[in-house]
Ligand binder design. Structure first.
Ligand code: MN
Length: 743
């Protein structure tokens, strides 16, 4: 094992600390004393700790402090906080001690840094735009917190090599998902680009390599092209006495990858691997007119694509970016992006607002006094009323892979799934048991069916039931191979359990129908209904999905009863699992009186149907018509069909009235959502019609992937009555929501 020399290490630590001091922004000398104190305290606090790289831990806070000072351009207080950022979190020092030594301001920032850890590492999961924004703002009432956090993440990304693979992936995904967009939002362009490139290096190693190698291999050719391309521009600019420099900026690896993905092209076909930047040295007042003059010169030599002209000088981007962008056609027929900007704009674009405020003051030494103004501006940027929460979050949806989505578990763990993955895919991705028992989910706290496709950023909580088991139709709900194979296994297992009871049922049915129980007959039934295996047949038998009717039809032993029940739905006389239909409910609300001829009919033994030509509802005057098949069809008395029938067959009419006319109240609408199961409709109807004794006007029930939604119109007497009904419905098992809706 490598045992470091303590003396050498001490020297290395001091060396790093001194290099930090050279980067220290100008400011209050007292704050310099605080920086020294912070360094000593952090070095002491972390002295027994090492990073995964094996280096002394204190290297990390020093490097973060350097980024804070040199790359973001923050003040001395921020440097102090960067040095201390992991002390309260990881060592025995308390916030109270920090407060005592460094004062309230530093303590508050350290507190924010400790708490914000939670936002990014766990809670960020609930990427409810509004929440994320709120959390960022409340936990970081000083924006320094966010900036130091970004510096912390940048250093961790720079040293990610030492981490185990799975940690690398998670850290890199989070970086793409949260940190890079945040840096972008704050106008820290360079930082954002580095974060993105580093993340790509870990999430898509091969692609990262292909692109970096591709860039290296094409560098010579590119340089030749560029120098030839800019030559005429250079000459003209010089001729017009511009002070300028022209640089060719390679696009970031990440942005090249984005382009490859979006256009579906290989590296070789990405033509704009670089942009030409023309930076002019010109006073603030002349910036705009001079940039446009440069544009004019460029387009004298090369034909511009008008659609690609972007004027971010007249209308700077929300994050403060200013420049003139255009794309022109080179003589070799290649589009080239040109960015025209002043030195001032260049520095803002590269370094963010720190540079901006430096310029505003006209005094580079004045940076420190302006940092606070800049920070306030950043806070405004985060709060920005004009950018609503959705827009804000959209910036956080820029994903690394178009074919992959990132979703969160309730505990905030990140999972990647292929695009189009559903709730059920997610459940199976976590555990096969979770998948098998899932009945639905809460996606961002809202109830969702198993087949709902997930989007990046969704937080998914699977709802399970011990009664649940994998089903055939689930194959249609999933896209991942993993889920499919797990469903297959589960169904096989599940079906086996039903083999014995299914077989038992079959034997009973056969006996009842007078059919011999033998393999031959079982095969006959199996083949007629296309069952792949006898296990499948037993399963459906056990679940009553196939029964006497099918047996009879297979063996041609149709009885009158069998035929009858297949065409007429009788209220409450079918199988127990059958759901009551709307007509059945309405019929139950009616009182039938036999008139004239009908007295030889036993009305209680007849079937009734509500006619769909006139859809009578309670309160309507109605008449019953005995159909040739001996079922009674109910029409409104005014229905033209009924009138015609009465004229022709008056002896088949029976007088029909509603049981209680008084019960007709005013119509109200109710929406019920819940987890679907057998007999739901019947139960709902029984609550409304029996428990509450109300009349249903209409009932629309839709089951989708294990979730059920019912929209019911019902006649109630009063709002009290309605609320009572809603409360009754809420008591039903598996009901998730009952709300009143407009009718
Ligand atoms: Mn840290």
């Amino acid at each position: 094992m490598f045992i470091p020399d303590p003396e050498q290490e001490k020297a290395a630590i001091l060396h790093r600390y001194r290099s930090l001091l050279t980067m220290l922004p100008p400011g209050n000398p007292d704050d310099k004393i605080l920086v020294r104190k912070a360094f000593h305290l952090a070095a002491e606090a972390h002295k027994t700790m090492r990073r995964k790289t094996g280096e002394p831990y204190i290297f990390h806070p020093i490097e973060v402090a350097k980024i804070v000072a040199a790359e973001i351009g923050l003040d001395r207080i921020s440097v102090v906080c960067a040095l201390l950022h992991d002390v309260v979190e990881d060592t025995e020092y308390s916030l109270a001690e920090i407060r005592r030594i460094f004062g309230e301001h530093v303590a508050r920032i350290i507190d924010g840094l400790t708490k914000i850890e939670g936002i990014f590492d766990q809670a960020s999961s609930s990427l409810q735009a509004e929440n994320f924004k709120k959390m960022l703002l409340t936990l970081s009432d000083d924006v320094r917190v966010i900036l130091i956090k970004l510096a912390d993440r940048l250093h961790n990304m720079r040293t990610l090599d030492a981490m185990p693979k799975h940690k690398q992936l998670r850290t890199a995904s989070e970086t793409i998902y949260l940190y890079a967009p945040l840096a972008h939002r704050l106008g820290l362009y360079t930082l954002k680009t580095e974060l993105e490139d580093l993340a790509l290096k870990y999430t898509e190693q091969e692609i990262y390599q292909t692109i970096t190698e591709g860039l290296r291999d094409t560098e010579k050719e590119r340089k030749r092209f560029i120098s030839k391309f800019i030559l005429p521009i250079k000459k003209s600019l010089a001729l017009q006495n511009f002070r300028f420099r022209i640089v060719a900026r390679e696009k970031s690896v990440y942005s090249i990858w984005e382009k490859m993905k979006n256009k579906g092209i290989p590296f070789e076909e990405v033509y704009d691997l670089f942009a030409i930047r023309i930076i002019i040295d010109t006073p603030y007042e002349k910036e705009k007119v001079d940039c446009w003059s440069v544009y004019s010169i460029v387009t004298d030599h090369y034909r511009p694509n008008i659609d690609r002209l972007r004027d971010w000088i007249s209308m700077p981007k929300a994050n403060g970016y200013e420049a003139l962008h255009t794309t022109v056609m080179s003589h070799s027929g290649r589009w080239v992006e040109i960015q025209i900007r002043s030195e001032r704009m260049e520095e803002i674009a590269e370094k963010g607002f720190a540079a901006h405020w430096k310029y505003k003051n006209g005094d580079p030494k004045g940076t420190v006094t302006n940092v606070d103004r800049w920070l306030n501006r950043l806070k405004d940027l985060l709060k920005n009323a004009e950018s609503n929460a959705i827009e804000f979050m959209e910036e956080f949806q820029g994903f690394l892979f178009t074919d992959e989505i990132f979703v969160f578990t309730p505990r905030g763990e990140l999972r990647n799934l292929p695009v189009n993955s559903t709730v059920l895919d997610f459940a199976y991705a976590i555990h096969s048991d979770l998948g098998n028992k899932s009945i639905g989910a809460k996606v961002n706290h809202k109830l969702a069916p198993l087949n709902q496709a997930l989007k990046s950023g969704d937080q998914v909580e699977i709802i399970t039931s011990q009664k649940q088991a994998a089903r055939e139709e689930w194959y249609g709900y999933v896209v991942t191979a993993r889920a499919k194979s797990q469903i297959k296994t589960a169904i096989k297992e599940e079906k086996r359990k039903f083999a014995a009871p299914g077989r038992q049922k079959l034997e009973n049915i056969f006996r009842q129908a007078g059919i011999e129980v033998n393999d031959n007959n079982i095969n006959k039934l199996q083949n007629k209904y296309n069952y792949g295996s006898v296990i499948d047949l037993y399963y459906d038998l056990a679940l009553d999905l196939i029964g006497m009717k099918e047996v009879r039809s297979t063996f041609h032993t149709l009885t009158k009863a069998g035929w009858f029940s297949s065409i007429i739905t009788r209220p409450f006389r079918g199988r127990a699992t059958e759901q009551e239909t709307l007509s059945e409910t309405i019929i139950r609300q009616m009182h039938l009186q036999p008139s004239n001829k009908a007295d030889d009919l036993d009305l209680t033994k007849m079937s009734y149907e509500v006619s769909d030509c006139c859809n009578p509802v309670p309160g309507d005057e109605i008449a019953g018509f005995i159909e040739p098949n001996e079922a009674i069809r109910i029409h409104r008395a005014k229905c033209p069909v009924a009138i015609a029938l009465m004229a022709k067959y008056s002896n088949r009419i029976i007088k029909t009235t509603w049981i209680d006319k008084e019960s007709v109240g005013f119509p109200a609408g109710i929406r019920i959502t819940g987890i679907d199961r057998k007999g739901f409709a019947k139960e709902i109807i029984s609550v409304i019609a029996e428990n509450m004794d109300l009349n249903i006007k209409s009932l629309h029930l839709e089951a989708n992937a294990g979730m059920m939604e019912a929209v019911i119109k019902v006649y109630v007497y009063s709002t009290n009555n309605l609320h009572l009904l809603i409360n009754e419905l809420k008591k039903m098992p598996d009901i998730k929501m009952v709300t009143r809706i407009e009718v």
